[in-house]
Design a protein around this ligand. Structure first.
Ligand SMILES: [Fe+2]
Ligand SMILES: [Fe+2]
Length: 476
């Protein structure tokens, strides 16, 4: 039951059959569009962009590609197909029918989860709103806008849940999702990584690789939820998230490829020489990686968490790919966690349910490593003796058991003085940011042209060539 018909809000949830809900969402829509005009991509709202639009959830036909002005994008509400007789797959209610309505006692916890997820979606659009002005190519500009409009759709997905299942509280929360602003001192977004500015394209690629991947794991964990509408919503969002991570993985890859190529051709390896040659030296790429990996790790929450235990026991939120775990009740067993105490790391056994954040973080780290391996293959292929590495999960953490201590990228507990002595080598500093931004002072907009710091992609979008006109300027 796909719908790209005449409705104001494309959907596969039979919105027309629930007039009250339809009216509420149609009343929210102008606020959303105002927010998009104010906080969406700056300067490109009148251009026509070659975008895919979700039109149904069928695997072979959900995405429709065409030129569209971003404010005319058909943001819609799509839930993955219902699984017949779906049962709760973990926790204390394991085996019971999944919930089509929210049990009253879990309402507040679920609302908090939906709001936290929903808040990240507009936040990332706000963080990225100026990037179009410094795009390294039309291909990349189009990918940025694709990510942006889909984050807008993810906001719609969460707002649909708030309006449908959380009554007046939900409607108020939906308004608030449009009122908070990334990085704002008075009304910041809820989670730390979503208040970090994204002012250059290396940060954008790191964000879409590491932070959108956190999104993937949160969505996978919510796809296990006993609350079936949340499960179905997040399962469909995951199809869009895959593209965002592709943009990040290939974006970093292309930056690395270009640098390695220039290193090979010039025979230079000193960062100062490479900066003069107009590329991003690999140690700087490593520092950006360290930053975005560590802030994204914080998004999984504390290592020892009674909230996580409650979410798991109640069935509100599972582990990513719950099926892969042998024990879905997790009342026995423990997780061995290295905890800093009196200047040393000591192993503590944490009851499994309380360690669920750490279990999901483990799966995330493993997933992150894959792209790093791919980047290293490109460096190796150029004969350059340098390897990118994921820093320890303890490095540069603000949340959880490691947040109060200092660790070096290898995960060694260090003193404050050692941190201050080392940090310039570990995290991007002013000079790094100035160099990266200096490479991106003007947009590269001729079809097929690439900024000098970035290798071209292997192929274009949806069978189109790399030099396709992905963004048609309103002035042209
Ligand atoms: Fe999203
Ligand atoms: Fe995303």
């Amino acid at each position: 039951m796909s719908t790209i018909g005449g409705e104001k809000i494309p959907n596969n949830v039979d919105l027309g059959g629930d007039k009250r809900l339809q009216r509420a969402l149609e009343a929210w829509q102008p606020s959303f569009l105002r927010w998009w005009q104010d906080m969406g991509p700056a300067g490109f709202q009148a251009d026509r962009v070659f975008l895919r639009t979700a039109v149904s959830v069928e695997p072979d036909g959900w995405a429709h590609f065409d030129y569209v002005k971003m404010p005319d994008y058909r943001w819609g509400i799509f839930l993955a197909d219902a699984v017949p007789d779906r049962r709760i797959g973990f926790g204390d209610h394991m085996g019971e029918p999944a919930w089509q309505q929210i049990p009253g006692e879990y309402r507040n916890a679920l609302r908090r989860i939906v709001v936290s997820q929903g808040d990240t979606e507009p936040a990332s659009v706000e963080q990225q709103r100026l990037l179009g002005r410094t795009c390294p190519s039309q291909y990349d500009l189009r990918n940025l806008f694709q990510v942006n409009v889909e984050e807008g759709r993810h906001l719609w997905a969460m707002v649909y849940l708030l309006h449908s299942y959380f009554g007046r509280d939900g409607r108020e929360e939906a308004e608030e999702l449009l009122n908070r602003r990334s990085g704002d001192a008075d009304k910041p977004r809820i989670l730390g990584a979503f208040n970090e500015p994204i002012e250059d394209w290396l940060s954008f690629f790191m964000f879409t690789y590491f932070t959108d991947r956190d999104g993937k794991f949160q969505l996978l964990a919510l796809a296990e939820s006993a609350f079936d509408p949340l499960s179905r919503t997040t399962r469909f969002m995951l199809t869009e998230e895959a593209h965002h991570m592709f943009v990040g993985e290939t974006g970093v890859l292309r930056a690395v490829e270009r640098t390695a190529q220039v290193m090979k051709e010039s025979g230079k390896d000193h960062p100062d020489d490479l900066r003069r040659l107009g590329v991003i030296d690999l140690p700087t790429i490593q520092r950006y990686l360290n930053l975005w990996f560590s802030v994204s790790l914080d998004l999984f929450g504390g290592e020892i968490s009674s909230n996580a235990a409650t979410f798991f026991s109640t069935g509100i939120k599972g582990r990513a790919k719950e099926d892969d775990y042998p024990d879905h009740v997790a009342l026995t067993g423990s997780y061995g966690l290295e905890v800093p105490r009196d200047g040393a790391l000591v192993r503590e056994e944490v009851p499994m349910r309380n360690a669920m954040n750490e279990v999901v973080r483990d799966a995330y780290i493993e997933d992150c490593q894959r792209g790093v391996d791919r980047w290293n293959k490109a460096i190796e292929a150029a004969g350059v003796p340098f390897r990118l590495t994921l820093p320890s999960r303890r490095f540069h953490r603000k949340i959880g058991v490691y947040g109060e201590s200092r660790f070096d990228p290898a995960g060694k507990l260090i003193r404050d003085a050692d941190w201050h002595a080392g940090v310039a080598a570990w995290l991007p500093g002013d000079a790094d940011r100035a160099h990266v931004r200096g490479l991106m002072t003007a947009p590269v907009t001729a079809p097929g042209r690439m900024a000098g710091w970035l290798a071209p992609p292997r192929q274009g979008i949806k069978g189109r060539p790399v030099d396709f006109e992905y963004v048609r300027s309103a002035e042209a």
